[in-house]
Design a protein around this ligand. Structure first.
Ligand code: 5GP
Ligand code: ZN
Length: 138
């Protein structure tokens, strides 16, 4: 299903032009218009899913492999030495376009990491309690 008001539906299905890296029956991979590094790409399903929780199994089964394929090509073609696969779900997680997408962000040796956080701390009991809260909702 496509969403007529969704920009990523339009880009994935070729209704809006993009710098295309890859295409198959299910996905288009395009360059991000505001790249975090040279080659920053977005994997877009051609169908509309708002986030990873909404993603159909047939797409979910392929998206990680596709991320690896694109990332490997970035290493060969662009001289990247690593890559981040980043996937945001929900506004609080930084999602700004509500059509599932996976970022493939090539990394280069002369640049600082971009996906980082300051490690916090938690007592073992707190970790156990938190794990229980999640487990009970699976
Ligand atoms: P999010 O923050 O939702 O995970 O990522 C959305 C990404 O889509 C951002 O990195 C943003 O630069 C990119 N983006 C938003 N609109 C467009 C567009 O029209 N074309 C392209 N190529 N990228 C877009
Ligand atoms: Zn869409």
């Amino acid at each position: 299903m496509k969403d007529q008001s969704c920009i990523f539906c339009k880009i994935a299905n070729g209704e809006i032009p993009s710098a295309k890296v890859y295409e198959d029956e299910q996905f288009s991979v395009i360059l991000d218009m505001g790249p975090a590094s040279k080659g920053h790409a977005l994997i877009l399903p051609k169908e509309h899913f708002k986030d990873v929780c909404d993603l159909d199994d047939a797409y979910a089964a392929k998206v990680l492999k596709l991320g690896a394929k694109i990332g490997s090509a970035m290493k060969k073609g662009l001289g990247a030495t690593g890559f981040n696969l980043v996937q945001n779900n929900g506004q609080s997680a930084g999602q700004t376009v509500f059509h599932f997408h996976m970022h493939v962000i090539p990394r280069y040796d002369d640049q600082a990491p971009i996906v980082t956080w300051t490690p916090g701390s938690a007592e073992p009991e707190e970790l156990q309690e938190t794990a229980k809260q999640i487990r009970e909702c699976l």
